[in-house]
Design a protein around this ligand. Structure first.
Ligand SMILES: [Cu+2]
Length: 156
């Protein structure tokens, strides 16, 4: 090997990384920009979804007096209601006339099935998605006599 042969090899080795850097930088920039654009699109879609179909509304269940808060609600179809027992006693959510002490205390719109949370201990939560528009009247069985009754109107 002569010295003359070694010099071009050495130079080409030094130039290669520089050349790769020059072509990689715009590529990396393009990748970063695409990732940002994708993130913005995903973020705007999830915000859109949250404001329409997948909305959740919280109703708390309290003790003195036994009450649903808020007791009356109007929501869009597809809304999920999340009942939270924030009290210190058992509460319940039912629209099932076979469970209620007075069948007239509960109601679901035509075509909707009655729902029942079962007894919920303090701290428990239970959710139900309302997919059929109309008027829902639900009661807490342990406090039905205390008129712990809630009403939800579901609009299209
Ligand atoms: Cu109750």
């Amino acid at each position: 090997m002569s010295v003359n042969e070694k010099i071009p090899q050495h130079e080409s080795k030094r130039r290669q990384p520089e050349g790769r850097c020059a072509t990689l930088l715009p590529l990396q920039t393009a990748v970063v920009i695409s990732v940002i654009i994708a993130a913005v699109i995903i973020a705007s879609q999830s915000v859109h979804a949250a404001s329409t179909a997948s909305k959740t509304v919280v109703v708390t269940m309290t003790d003195k007096p036994p009450t649903y808060v808020p007791a009356r609600l109007t929501v869009k179809v597809g809304t999920t209601i999340l009942w939270k027992n924030t009290g210190a006693t058992l509460h319940d959510v039912t629209t099932d006339p076979s469970v209620a002490q007075n069948k007239g205390d509960v109601e679901v719109p035509p075509g909707a099935k009655p729902f029942d949370s079962g007894f919920m201990p303090p701290g428990a939560s239970w959710s139900y998605t309302l997919t059929i528009p109309g008027r829902y009247v639900y009661a807490c069985i342990p406090h039905e006599k205390d008129r712990m009754i809630g009403e939800i109107t579901v609009t299209k």
